[in-house]
Design a binder for this molecule. Sequence first.
Ligand SMILES: *[C@@H]1O[C@H](CO)[C@@H](O)[C@H](O)[C@H]1NC(C)=O
Ligand SMILES: [Mn+2]
Length: 426
Amino acid sequence: CSPIFLLFLLFIISLCTEELKEKLKEYVDEVNMRKPGFIKVVRHSKQEGLIRSRVSGWRAATAPVVALFDAHVEFNVGWAEPVLTRIKENRKRVISPSFDNIKYDNFEIEEYPLSAQGFDWELWCRYLNPPKSWWKLENSTAPIRSPALIGCFIVDREYFQEIGLLDEGMEVYGGENVELGIRVWQCGGSVEVLPCSRIAHIERAHKPYTEDLTAHVRRNALRVAEVWMDEFKSHVYMAWNIPQEDSGIDIGDISERKALRKKLQCKTFRWYLVSVYPEMRMYSDTIAYGVLQNSLKSDLCLDQGPDTENIPIMYICHGMTPQNVYYTSNQQIHVGVLSPTIDDDDNRCLVDVNSRPRLIECNYAKAKRMKLYWQFTQGGPIQNRKSKRCLELQENSDNEFGFQLVLQKCTGQRWSITNVLKSLSS
Ligand SMILES: *[C@@H]1O[C@H](CO)[C@@H](O)[C@H](O)[C@H]1NC(C)=O
Ligand SMILES: [Mn+2]
């Protein structure tokens, strides 16, 4: 259900499971009998989602430092002291403890490696290898500079307000942790993970908040993109495979968040990428993206095929990540999910390998001087620059959908891609 908030010397619990209502009240009453006013419970009359719930918890808090946590975490011994020390030194530090995992099926603890916290271009949060500068210190207790937050954090109560709390225009789940990290950095604060402050967190098998979590995460991500990411907002649209204009997604009113950015005189997203999150890959050379369809059979889309293989196929269009195609200004065709950071696997490129279409890691293909460059114009053929063969469909009754992908002498088949960013030159 919704999160529990642990505040410094004050607990705020907000839960929605029927079963917990009475039992929780009994527990809270019992604790408060012993320590009057120790726990405050804040209840909403309707579902407000994780983001506004956290802000409700903050509003009820009175202590100088506030910690916002999920209900499904356990605190390790001495977790708070290093955090409070760092905030006392500098109130513009927003701090996350280090996470371990509690296995949801048996409650065993699994130790996680020390990590910074970042995100991919869909703005899902992810653990990152700590930055090079941290490894150089050779001090495993030193604070780890972090581009963003997984979602649990501790902050100076008043600074949190000055910096703009969380984006209360976000719904249900996701994106607020990324937005907070970007905003704090761009507007003059910092974010760090402390190795000596540890908590354990249950990674749930299923998040029960809503039917379609992804739609909410996407909407919230677009709010972040529009307010904070300047020209890099295109990357978020590309990663979600949706058009930048008329996406059909209502992201609500962002004027207050834009005004906040202006008021705080925050730096650009390019500054943030270069200075704080250099591990993030940039995709500014993408000129078209979406699904790739052939006019001969337009209900089929180019697809990366089975995970274990490197053979692209034609498959019924569903528009999910295996069918993401990115065409770059240097004429590469990337197929599949956009690799988020330089520490992740490389992207895969379409390559002519002995007249067969194959997906090969782009950097490898480039280093080996393979045939990975393709001439393509919207509604035109896809032709390899070196071999001059065209990517085409061939009827094949053995194939599930009646067609297979081949490289052959061009017969004039035409391809189209969903979104064109810059005009595809002939
Ligand atoms: C390691 O980092 C901690 C935390 O910042 C610091 O207190 C300590 O002095 C450092 N140790 C060394 C040997 O630099
Ligand atoms: Mn959680």
